[in-house]
Ligand binder design. Structure first.
Ligand code: ADP
Length: 436
């Protein structure tokens, strides 16, 4: 409103000045010349004001020069905008400082990379973890400074859906976990965490389970041996004692298989991925399993459909134990008359091992927890069937260590299909093929 009024006032002032110039010119006999001089005066006044504005905007002075009328209002407006802008910049800067301060004080390492993977900023924790320094290292390509081959592959692969864990050997072995996220226009944020303590704790847990299971095996073998002798020579014993002995023997056998599974699980957990580089002929493995099953379960119908001959890179014993756990479960959790199908096929470039049964099936709510150790859908049925509760934990572990996925499709009362899906990368190009 004020702007509008001052604009009209300015217009009025200019028109009045021109009218006066015209009148004076008319009285002197040179109306046009006098009007032109007046107009030139107005234009030069405006040009002078514009020059003052430009001078003020390019100077370091913040306060606007004194002025009047519309020009004063223009100065005030610009000054107000400048002040708002300065305040917003200040607020933004303090938010940025706050963010950087909080990231700088993190115990995890944070590295900001620009779109050409050069370091823009990193916090002090990266110094301790990776030996980076800021600002000395800014502008350097990250791969020139982090020279771990695993990180190099992970970084260049551009697939950051999973974190990378690397062990760094030095005076003391350390374990680092890297996570990368994209942000902005091709920028990347690298998080580094020292997970040595967690890895060691996990190792201690694994060793403890492994050692306890191993230590318990010897006394159990002795107990079982005596029980078998007593049962074998139990002709003269009271029937009550004979039954107790048989139950003790049954429980001892259960304990034996439990220890066997626990030992196996701790063994496969501690096996390095590099050790699993054998090329396994899965079709051959299944043929072997078929013979074993036919002699153990002659009354059951077990179909084998070997539809491809893709090999898998991994460990023979682990794969064998995973598949046999799945097949034994399929037999355990279905009626004697219903068939079990084992399939080895290739779909959409992936090799797939399926074990299908038409048994009791599983409610959807249990499926996510099935691979937990000792998780059972029906405790009473599982103890009847003599399961240890570790079978699917073993299968899951074998799947993860072979970069495979364990998929469970099941309908209660209709049956289940357990699939192990091995990715294409697992298969050496030259060794794949489909059976005629
Ligand atoms: P268990 O030794 O009890 O069989 P697993 O880890 O092999 O332990 O399996 C965990 C649970 O998953 C089982 O107790 C059972 O309830 C369920 N389960 C596994 N396989 C099947 C299957 N093929 N059909 C129905 N339920 C199954």
């Amino acid at each position: 409103m004020i702007e509008r009024q001052s604009w009209f006032r300015e217009l009025y002032r200019v028109l009045l000045f021109l009218a006066v110039s015209l009148t004076i010119g008319y009285l002197l006999g040179y109306p046009l010349e006098s009007f032109a001089v007046g107009l030139a005066f107005v234009v030069s006044l405006w040009l002078h004001q514009l020059w003052r504005i430009q001078k003020w905007l390019t100077s370091t002075e913040t306060e606007p020069p004194d002025s009047f009328g519309i020009w004063g209002i223009i100065y005030d407006r610009i000054y107000l905008l400048q002040r708002r802008n300065r305040e917003a910049r200040g607020r933004l800067q303090s938010a940025l400082d706050y963010m950087q301060d909080s990231m700088a004080s993190m115990r995890d390492g944070v590295i900001m990379l620009d779109n050409s993977a050069a370091i823009e900023w990193c916090n002090s924790a990266t110094g301790k973890l990776l030996g980076l320094r800021f600002p000395e290292d800014s502008g350097q390509h990250v791969l020139n400074l982090i020279r771990l081959p695993e990180f190099h592959d992970y970084f260049s692969n551009n697939d950051y859906s999973r974190a990378l864990q690397v062990s760094v050997t030095g005076a003391m072995e350390r374990h680092l976990r890297f996570e990368i996220t994209h942000f902005g226009d091709g920028n990347r944020l690298v998080f580094v965490r020292d997970v040595t303590a967690t890895v060691r704790l996990e190792q201690v847990r694994r060793d403890f389970v492994g050692n306890v299971s191993h230590e318990l095996r010897t006394p159990l073998t002795v107990i079982k041996g005596y029980l078998e002798t007593l049962i074998g020579s139990g002709g003269g014993l009271d029937e009550r004692y004979q039954q107790a002995l048989r139950q003790m023997d049954q429980q001892a056998s259960r304990m034996e298989s439990l220890l066997k599974d626990l030992l196996w699980l701790s063994r496969i957990e501690s096996m390095d991925k590099e050790e699993k580089s054998e090329l396994i002929d899965v079709a051959g493995l299944l043929e072997e399993l078929k013979e074993e099953l036919q002699s153990n379960f002659p009354e059951r119908e077990i179909r084998f459909e070997l539809l491809c001959k893709n090999p898998v890179q991994g460990d023979y014993r682990e794969l064998h134990s995973a598949v046999s756990n799945l097949v034994y479960n399929a037999l355990k959790y279905s009626e004697g008359g219903s068939p079990v199908t084992v399939r080895w096929l290739e779909t959409a470039g992936e090799s797939r091992l399926e074990v299908e049964d038409q048994g009791i099936g599983i409610d959807a709510m249990h499926i996510p927890r099935l691979t937990e150790r000792f998780y059972r859908v029906d405790e009473s049925r599982s103890s009847q069937t003599g399961g240890t509760g570790l079978g699917l934990a073993i299968v899951k572990h074998v799947a993860v260590s072979h970069d495979a996925e364990l998929r469970i499709d099941s309908t209660r009362g209709k049956g289940s299909t357990f699939s192990l899906i091995f990715p294409r990368t697992q298969l050496p190009e030259t060794a794949t093929g489909t059976l005629p």
